[in-house]
Design a protein around this ligand. Sequence first.
Ligand code: FAD
Length: 604
Amino acid sequence: MAEFSPEQRTVVIIGAGPAGLTAAYELVKLGAKPIVLEQGDDVGGLSRTDEYKGFHFDMGGHRFFTKVPRVEAMWREVLLEGLLRRPRLSRIYYKGKFFNYPLKPWNALSGLGVVQSVIIAASYLRWQIFPYRREDTFEQWVTNRFGRHLFRTFFKAYTEKVWGISCSELKAEWAAQRIKDLSLRTAVLNMIVKPGRTIKTLIEEFDYPRRGPGMMWKAVRDEVEARGGRVRTGCKVIGVKRDGSVIKSIVVSTNEGSEEVAGTDFLSSMPLTEFVTALDPEPGADISNAASRLSHRDFLTVCLIVDASDLFPDNWIYVHDPEVSVGRIQNYKNWSPHMVPDASMSSLGLEYFCSEGDELWNTPDSELLELAKREVETIGLASAADVRDGCVVRVAKAYPVYDTDYASYLDTLKGCVGGLRNLQKIGRNGLHRYNNQDHAMLTGMFAVENLVHGAGHDLWSVNADSEYHEEIREELADAPPASDAEVEEAVRDALSWVFAKLDKVALGMATGVVGAASLAAASLFLVAKGGAVVGPHLGLMSQYLPGYEASLPGAALGLLYGAVAGFCLGWSYAALRNGTLAMYKTRVERRAESLSLRRLLDYL
Ligand SMILES: Cc1cc2nc3c(=O)[nH]c(=O)nc-3n(C[C@H](O)[C@H](O)[C@H](O)COP(=O)(O)OP(=O)(O)OC[C@H]3O[C@@H](n4cnc5c(N)ncnc54)[C@H](O)[C@@H]3O)c2cc1C
């Protein structure tokens, strides 16, 4: 690979979200002068912070929480003292009541009352005894673990609000995979890394920039520009001109018309689906077909300014109640007191999950504001009369959807962009991956290392799994740093070692040989030793082994007896040990799974 010389290369980055700006930040530190093209008027992408009359609104509520040290280091380097440590409180609202989240069994049962609790317990038992044989859908998957009643109470309505499809249509794999990974991780760590120590997977606090995540990305933009890079907002990429497998330039649409931006290297965080359809010349029909099959889920936030200093203590509330259509409510002041310009006022963000172009998405802002006022009052969090003002922010392509066939279509698109030699796809929608901000940033960092040092990072594999590896690394802080592959291998080895099954027949045969040899050798030794009565003590074994005596024929019989008894002993020991270990493994995994399950909503 040709050496990277900043003066001779023009790196064009599409998207000024966390992935694109992180890449630009890393590049300017190396002396390069990248050009960032952003369609919006502001930077930060999904992690931006909008402002309305001095109130700051976060698009979703972004916890700054990571297990990736270099991401953490960049947050601190950029924000300095601007990063606050905040306590977390989030609850579930259901049928007029608030429940702790992550779920706490006694809190949930006491809130639901005796009758509901009995029904829930009965339903739980019923589904433990007679579970669905196959777990194809999300509904079946959760029901098998919680019972149908608890599923309907705490999962169904919210999940359907987020994804816009019935839980019986939502595939089980996604949640199952997520939970399985976490459970396995917890189980392994609890058992072999530091037994007895519970891993802090239930995060009780998080970091948050004083004025929301947008503060971070504005600061990064300023730094990039101060070092000679360019961040151009209002530039929507509409075309990607290529000569065979080499991209030559990007066509952007701006207020002044369209223009072409040439470059030598390209990083793109714009949605993968839109990128491939912008290619010029166009790729084949299979590519546009695959792109049309990958979808996203969108949402809108109705921001309300309320004349009240202290509405409720939560950072956010999950709204499960099907009587209202709001899915989640943010109380920005509890994320950071600096989100409001006046301490006597509060600001709320009512999040409605929808799909771009559907009825809710197209509802006029004035009607959405009225809807939000009504619903916040219905829930009892604020009085509609206290709402002074508000605005609506629509957020497109918030969630890449993992539906039935997405993996095969994604593979098709990966193949297409993989063939472009001077392109790297980065970020959440750029890779169509459910990446959080930290992993989106990591793809930007890795892309720069690939470009500058030929590091060979596979950006498609940066996801929650690396968090898993980081967590293990954290637990092994004293050990020298290991690569992801090494950690994974170590965990796999340790697991197979801890839970290795004993081969019953092999152990039986081994102990049989030892038994046979011992009894025969002991008999022969006593015969050789001789005496008035040969082997009086060993001879007593004839009481258990008919026909045995300390003599030459007895030694032959002892050989047989020793083999049979030894085999039975070894076989039984192996069977008992395997059974006990299997039970222990199931228990450890179940316990770990129940911990992860209690956080299920955080992954939705
Ligand atoms: C509701 C919600 C809550 C979240 N909460 C958290 C959280 O608590 N913690 C956390 O770490 N992460 C959270 N995330 C995830 C986080 O927002 C994303 O992981 C992160 O913003 C992804 O960064 P990105 O740069 O890959 O993509 P984006 O943020 O999507 O940025 C991509 C940029 O590309 C631009 N773009 C797209 N198309 C074009 C085009 N054609 N031309 C030019 N520019 C284009 C976009 O305008 C955008 O600015 C949350 C996300 C959502 C939706």
